[in-house]
Design a protein around this ligand. Sequence first.
Ligand SMILES: *Cc1c(COP(=O)(O)O)cnc(C)c1O
Length: 416
Amino acid sequence: MSILQSQDPQLHLATLHEELRQLHGMELIASENYVSPAVLEAMSSVFTNKYSEGYPGKRYYGGQEYVDIVETMAIERAKSLFGAKYANVQPLSGSPANLAVYFALLQPGDTVLGLALDHGGHLSHGHPVNASGILYKFTQYTVDKTTGRIDMNQVREIARREKPKLILAGFSAYSRGLDWKEFKSIADEVGAYTMADIAHIAGLVAGKAIDSPVGIFDVVTTTTHKTLRGPRGALILSNSEEIAKKIDRAIFPGMQGGPHIPQIVAKAVAFGEALRPSFQVYAKNVIANAQRLSSKLQDKGFTVISGGTDNHLIVVDMTSKGLAGKEAEKLFDEVGISSSRSTIPYDPRKPMDPSGVRLGTAAVTTRGFGLEQIDFIADVLDRAVQAKDSESKLVALRKEVSDLCCQYPLFAPLKD
Ligand SMILES: *Cc1c(COP(=O)(O)O)cnc(C)c1O
């Protein structure tokens, strides 16, 4: 019996059930992934007992000799993984990391240009209920109605008109590549800082499967727990000493107190894994799997926004199958496949009850799924839609999903 099990059985049981849920289901939520056993182990260490306000060599408490070793290793690995000169590994998560950048580079009320939220942007990119939208004046570009792609001419036009102090490129639900150089040239023209939020695609960038904004943009933020396959947390990269200093001050003492050292150790472990050659194979497979899923679904009559994908994610207009996003999310859950409802560009439905679902292949690829298993997933999604009124058929489908999942651990062993 584990110590937790004997001391606090109810919490132990809920944790165990979550593990079983993850083992028996297929994870297609685009922002989720599975960490390696080493990352998981790194998160549950005695470093959680330690206060370490400040940075390596400049702390406000004693006893930092080992904390300094691990934070320095996390910083050095992040820098080499992304080819950046400066890295801050302390942000607790993606949203606070973004706020820290705004706090470092802007004054309250300054104008920021970013992707509209209902076109794939993120809450921390100026949603009116988020601190970003309350403290700064966000103005937004959109995707083109016919192509589903960002139109750089529109970005330039809005930038010239609104004169933002910061131009933000990044998304939570957009399946196409971003033209980093074009964003930078627009920003230079209007005298704006450039910030890339690669929360979703960091693993694909680290795995050299898509272009990197590092070296082009002033600042790059990312979560560490999505395609990058690390612990929950975030990272801020830059190449300018002046900006890096401002960001360090914005994180501490500006916004945070003591960093979470076990998460930082786990970030370092994950960066180490991402530096291995097998991670580049992983990143390529994630995209190949997403492209396969997108084309198989389109063959079956599902409408995919922009007609395909260049990364790990797909936004499907479920009204093409007579379902709303929420209904589809619930239906797929019933057969053991997790997805997340999503707005589609120019969505005729309300944000709380949108038309789409967002799917992603980062987690199933970590599990070792290849094209054959992806074809099975496309098939199950299609059969679930057809069987939506038959409880017995849905139960049978769920068993098929669970049977396949049982053959795969959550994290396929690293092969190098
Ligand atoms: C997920 C995400 C974040 C924030 O992540 P949290 O860690 O949940 O705060 C920020 N930006 C983008 C684009 C994201 O997709």
